[in-house]
Design a protein around this ligand. Structure first.
Ligand code: DLL
Length: 434
């Protein structure tokens, strides 16, 4: 179901015209109202009147996470604070949080983006949506909430955690759609089975999963565990939260709500704009945002813009499932590898569960990187026979070496021993101090 055909199925030329008008207006607004941008543009010698086409976006400066941190909390505000109706924040793992401040209109765009997202997963007003993203400063909970309300579905604001209660709610209120992180979706199914409940019998027919990296294989696992269709959804606090891009029924790449958030792909090393189809860093400009608008925000997420038009009827461009982040790329003895690649490879191996932890350290003696991969054996494959476990361990090491070119020391751990997360899963512990 397409929530907003007028904007989602827009003719390409008309869409570009709209994007350009919005971009031009944005540059004027930030130049007038945000000293940070006025100074930066002045230093670059760029005036709002220099933006004469959509391609002129390349003349504009990038904004980085550090710029947001340096101006914490309200340095990038483009409207008087009295216009702000809500704030959200992402703490990340380190450092000062980044803030998103929303005007009423920003809230409206966010709800719209999420209504489109949920509709992409088939949601209508007849659905009961159980929202197990965390409520609070994190955007996952309230973003999905506003989108559900916009559609008129029945939203259960379950928030994250309380796993047994979640299962009770699913059963009693006949939840048809669930929203949570993909790792939590798997954990919820695992916990259901432990309690003697068959998740596939609960009738949840689709789920919107995002906020953390996951893989095609993990999609298959979730779909099998629940008997549902699992949709990838993308967004980030700095831009608005979830609702930036989402999968439709084709489950093949995520449609960017590009009438609201304009995407580009750049070479992260040089900053040059890359053509469609080439993989690089996703950069987003918030062309309608009023509270904290951003010019060319460097997301650090790696993907590409898909060239083919989607068969679903939407004309908005799609981004491929994320490959990782420029900053979570692990370089182990010079070999580049994203945790998502490790996960993808792991799920193809019989006998192990997609629960894993990568611990990277540097040997004090040899000064070489050492990576250990903790992998959970699944209960059926778990054996007291040391030789069986040894064979499984060797097999995983060999596959990692041949497919990814990295030497990983594999440690098999007991089923369910790796800590489960109710929100974003932690997959990497990097102990190297470089
Ligand atoms: O995670 C917003 C969100 C909530 C998205 C719920 C989807 C669902 P942040 O906490 O600011 O916001 O984290 C944003 O999470 O830059 C990506 O690196 C990662 N991320 C988000 N969605 C996906 C996804 C929310 N579908 C950061 N696949 C982003 C992979 C994702 N990574």
């Amino acid at each position: 179901m397409i929530w907003n055909p007028e904007h989602e199925c827009m003719d390409k030329a008309a869409l570009q015209k709209l994007q350009f008008a919005r971009l031009k207006n944005l540059v004027e607004r930030v130049y007038t109202n945000v000293p940070f941008y006025r100074d930066t543009l002045d230093k670059m010698g760029v005036k709002p009147s220099d933006i004469r086409s959509l391609a002129d976006i390349a003349k504009l400066p990038f904004t980085t996470k550090d710029d947001l941190r340096d101006t914490y909390p309200y340095g990038l505000l483009a409207v008087p604070q009295s216009e702000i109706v809500e704030i959200h924040m992402s703490s990340g793992t380190t450092g000062t949080p980044v803030v998103d401040a929303y005007t009423r209109r920003d809230m409206d765009d966010w709800s719209e983006g999420m209504a489109r997202t949920l509709s992409g997963a088939g949601a209508t007003r007849n659905d009961t949506i159980q929202n197990a993203y965390g409520y609070g400063l994190f955007t996952g909970g309230l973003g999905s909430h506003y989108g559900s309300q916009r559609i008129g579905a029945t939203v259960i604001p379950a928030s994250s955690g309380n796993t047994e209660k979640q299962l009770m709610l699913i059963r009693d209120f006949k939840t048809s759609i669930i929203t949570c992180t993909p790792s939590y979706a798997l954990y919820l199914a695992e916990r259901a089975r432990e309690l003697g409940i068959d998740p596939t019998a609960l009738g949840v027919r689709s789920g919107c999963f995002g906020a953390e990296p996951w893989s095609e294989n993990m999609r298959k696992e979730i779909e099998k565990a629940w008997g549902l269709k699992a949709y990838d959804i993308y967004g980030l606090t700095e831009i608005t939260g979830p609702g930036v891009a989402f999968e439709c029924e084709a489950q093949c790449g995520m449609h960017v709500n590009e009438d609201l958030w304009y995407p580009e792909i750049i070479d992260p090393a040089t900053g040059a704009v890359l053509p469609e189809g080439e993989k690089g860093e996703l950069v987003i400009t918030t062309i309608t945002k009023e509270g904290t608008p951003l010019l060319r925000y460097r997301t650090r997420d790696i993907t590409f813009i898909m060239k083919e038009v989607c068969g679903c009827g939407r004309t908005t461009r799609r981004i491929h499932r994320l490959f990782g982040r420029t900053d979570d790329l692990l370089i182990i003895r010079g070999v580049n590898v994203f945790p998502s690649q490790i996960e993808h490879t792991l799920i193809e191996i019989q006998g192990v569960d997609p629960n894993y932890l990568i611990i990277v350290d540097r040997s004090a003696q040899t000064h070489l990187d050492e990576a250990e991969l903790h992998v959970e054996v699944n209960p059926e494959a778990f054996s007291d026979e040391t030789k069986d476990m040894e064979a499984l361990r060797n097999r995983i090491e060999a596959v990692m070496k041949s497919k990814l070119g990295i030497n990983l020391k594999v440690k098999l751990v007991e089923p369910k021993s790796i800590e489960r997360s109710i929100g974003k899963a932690k997959r990497v512990i990097d102990k190297r101090s470089l």
